[in-house]
Design a protein around this ligand. Structure first.
Ligand SMILES: Cc1cc2nc3c(=O)[nH]c(=O)nc-3n(C[C@H](O)[C@H](O)[C@H](O)COP(=O)(O)OP(=O)(O)OC[C@H]3O[C@@H](n4cnc5c(N)ncnc54)[C@H](O)[C@@H]3O)c2cc1C
Ligand SMILES: NC(=O)c1ccc[n+]([C@@H]2O[C@H](COP(=O)([O-])OP(=O)(O)OC[C@H]3O[C@@H](n4cnc5c(N)ncnc54)[C@H](O)[C@@H]3O)[C@@H](O)[C@H]2O)c1
Length: 465
């Protein structure tokens, strides 16, 4: 074997946590290399969070323009220029690339563009994108490999050349009829965006409700709101076969409780979950154990089964959010400095950026019941929050779970305008173990959406005597 180049730390995959760790270690004087095969900065700024939210914002503008008359603004006919939508997104991605390249330069971490593969313990061979190979070895290796879209094993689906979020966010044309396979995060966000741009949209969800993690009342409210925009949903629907080519014509045969039906669309988007990028890169050969679903097995300190090798983000089975990958970085950073931080005790919030968004932190009713935790539940329709009198954003509701036997807030879900921002206030109270009456009785600025927290918490039933 050729002589390897030595580093103090090697990060394979420039995911959200990995790049931060690389910059941190390099700034503290270590010799650090990051191997990335495709996206400077990983998927979040290139093909996932930021690009999707960028195009969804364009879709929101289209929606507002279409409904401008309701607010007294006179417009002419409204149409979407998808080439312009894409260019605005591409310009943002270019700014992100420039930011990341500058961070590599100023930190001193070396970014190596190529595909990495473990060839021995803590040793990575890189097929460089520009040709040739490099052999890198390090005292510590950090895996931040991310995931890719699952293509479900539906006959004809793969041959149809389906869009994933990556291709969908690169379209410069409007699909006449977009069929979306999966009613989770990606499916709902993209379905609403394309509906607002002007496509006909059908969502096929195999589970009994949209957004399987959420309480049925939350899923139903999302279903109702998006149906109201003209999206058709088939829930509890098994896709049996796909014929044709995405981009031309696709026919999807589905079975529901009502019988079999064939939906004919112009394009099909898969949004059916994720597969970790862990296959065929020598992980197990290098002593790094995978779990039954292909995720890297880690302990609560993100250490793998191989000494001196950590994993973070989606490939380590962490919840699939950028802020979690970033927190994985903070855990590893602090533990390298002698700390004892764990992934076990963290509170993970999230937000689905439909309009209105869905936000949740902590337990929902179904989870509390499953875990046998007694709770007191309070609800407030968004229409009861005074701000919505001004904005007409009356859809949705908030729901809070308070402990049955003390005043701790155990969970909060909101579907409605500014849900993510309201959630952050509740999360802060939860982190501080603030008894709910303190937040209920706080003076919150009028006319914010968070003002609704007072009446919401005012609806918490008294403790059982
Ligand atoms: C459409 C979409 C929208 C999303 N929106 C949000 C959102 O709004 N908020 C949110 O919190 N999360 C969102 N997510 C999830 C979020 O993008 C991820 O959880 C986040 O990027 C964390 O990823 P990561 O750190 O695990 O790895 P990633 O950021 O995916 O990075 C992994 C990197 O490893 C590289 N790589 C893999 N294998 C190799 C190899 N062998 N050699 C070299 N390089 C390799 C990949 O090219 C990739 O760049 C979204 C996801 C999708 C798909
Ligand atoms: N706003 C955000 O934070 C955001 C946005 C997008 C993605 N993400 C992250 O990315 C992850 C992946 O998103 P996703 O939407 O791909 O997965 P998901 O797990 O959220 O949803 C996938 C859905 O597809 C359904 N499904 C699976 N196979 C199917 C089939 N054959 N036919 C029809 N339906 C099928 C599942 O029942 C599920 O409801 C999310 O779990 C989330 O963590 C986050």
């Amino acid at each position: 074997m050729t002589q390897s180049e030595r580093f103090d730390a090697l990060v394979l995959g420039s995911g959200q946590g990995g790049k931060l760790l690389a910059w941190h270690l390099a700034r503290s004087g270590q010799r650090v290399a990051v191997v990335e095969r495709r996206w400077v900065g990983g998927s979040c700024p290139a093909v996932a969070c930021l690009p999707s939210k960028n195009e969804m914002w364009s879709a929101r503008v289209a929606h507002l323009a279409q409904h401008a008359g309701q607010f007294g603004t006179i417009t002419g006919p409204v149409a979407t220029d998808m080439a312009k939508v894409r260019q605005r997104k591409r310009d943002m991605v270019e700014r992100e690339i420039a930011f990341h390249l500058n961070a590599y330069k100023t930190s001193g971490a070396e970014l190596i563009m190529g595909s990495g593969r473990l060839v021995a313990a803590k040793t990575v061979e890189v097929q460089l994108n520009d040709g040739g190979t490099r052999l890198l070895a390090a005292d510590r290796v950090f895996l931040n490999l991310g995931s890719h879209a699952l293509i479900p094993a539906v006959p004809g689906l793969e041959a149809a050349g389906p869009l994933t979020h990556i291709e969908a966010l690169e379209l410069d044309r409007l699909p006449a009829h977009l069929v979306v396979l999966g009613g989770g995060y990606v499916g709902l966000e993209m379905a609403q965006a394309y509906r607002r741009f002007g496509s006909q949209v059908t969502v096929i969800e195999s589970g009994p409700q949209l957004m399987s993690r959420e309480d049925p009342d939350v899923a139903q409210e999302m279903h109702r709101i998006l149906s109201g925009e003209g999206i058709r949903f088939l829930v509890g629907a098994e896709a049996l076969a796909v014929r044709g080519r995405s981009g031309q014509e696709v026919a999807v045969t589905v079975r529901t409780a009502a019988g079999e039906e064939t939906i004919t669309g112009s394009d099909i988007l898969v949004a059916a979950g994720r597969v970790p990028n862990t296959a065929g890169i020598g992980l197990e050969e290098a002593g790094i154990r995978l779990d039954g679903r292909g995720f890297i097995a880690v302990n609560d300190r993100l250490e793998t089964s191989a000494a001196g090798v950590w994993a973070m983000g989606e490939c380590a089975g962490s919840p699939q959010f950028t802020h979690v990958s970033v927190d994985d970085f903070r855990i590893i950073r602090d533990n390298l400095a002698g700390g004892r931080r764990s992934t076990g005790d963290r509170l993970v919030p999230y937000c689905v950026f439909t309009d209105p968004p869905l936000a949740r932190v902590g337990l929902n009713e179904r989870e509390a019941q499953r875990q046998g935790i007694a709770t007191r539940v309070a609800r407030l329709p968004m229409a009861a929050v005074l701000r919505t009198e001004a904005t007409d954003e009356t859809d949705g509701f908030m729901k809070v779970l308070v402990a049955g036997d003390d005043d701790r807030i155990l969970g909060f879900t909101a579907i409605g305008s500014e849900a993510g921002e309201i959630m952050a206030a509740v999360q802060t109270a939860m982190l501080a173990d603030l008894p709910y009456p303190r937040l209920r009785d706080a003076v919150i600025a009028h006319l914010t959406m968070a003002e609704g927290l007072g009446p919401l918490l005012g609806n918490v039933p008294p403790r059982a005597a």
